[in-house]
Design a protein. Sequence first.
Length: 243
Amino acid sequence: MYDYGARMHIPDGMDWVESKNGDVTWRDDVTAKNYKDKGVLQKGETYRGTYYERAKTWDNKHHKGLVLEMYHTSGKMDYSPAKEVNVEISGEMRNSKIGDVDVKLNATFENGKTKNIGSYEAVAGGFGNGAPENGEYTVDSYQDRSPNGWYNKGMNRDGVGFSFNLNPQFSTGRSLLRIHPDGNNEGTLGCIGMSGDKIVLTNFRDTLRSMIKTGGPVPVNINIQNNPNNNGRSGTKIPNVNE
């Protein structure tokens, strides 16, 4: 966690550098002209220039929740808490059952800046009634789906298991919709199945949890091209698969 009080202003320096563990420091030995030179940056360090912004989850005496950190040309850092957040899920159907989608996490901060704070690959549906219908939803209710929690094999991928409830804000016959890692075979029973490795999935999980803590259920818009928008009222039997 970045220590706002300790690192707010370091007077001597040139440019910002981010270390492997996420700490950002104002360095007097690194500039735009030399950062690519051998030995200037150590393994895992990233040159961030004279001004740098990033969204970060804080849990300290200054703030608890999602903030926008701003590292200024003067060597100072300040922050702005998130005030509004939303999720956009968009893409295209691969066939009548499964869609390939991007899940974008967005935040507007108290200083008026709006940022895409994460974009992740996923699939929509694949079994049963297929992809969830296009429309407005909310997401909330994090659950640990790992072997240490409310375990579900189909909601675990690369050692990461979780789920969030995906709540339709319109009349539909669909229920028990969720966002979770895409475990087992590719595809879900109508949920959004997250792709990626342990690092990607953990980042998504933690960021979305922080967004929910900002103000409760987060608005979600689903817009998948060529979506058949199956409302689940046909009476078709849902297969008994763990996906």
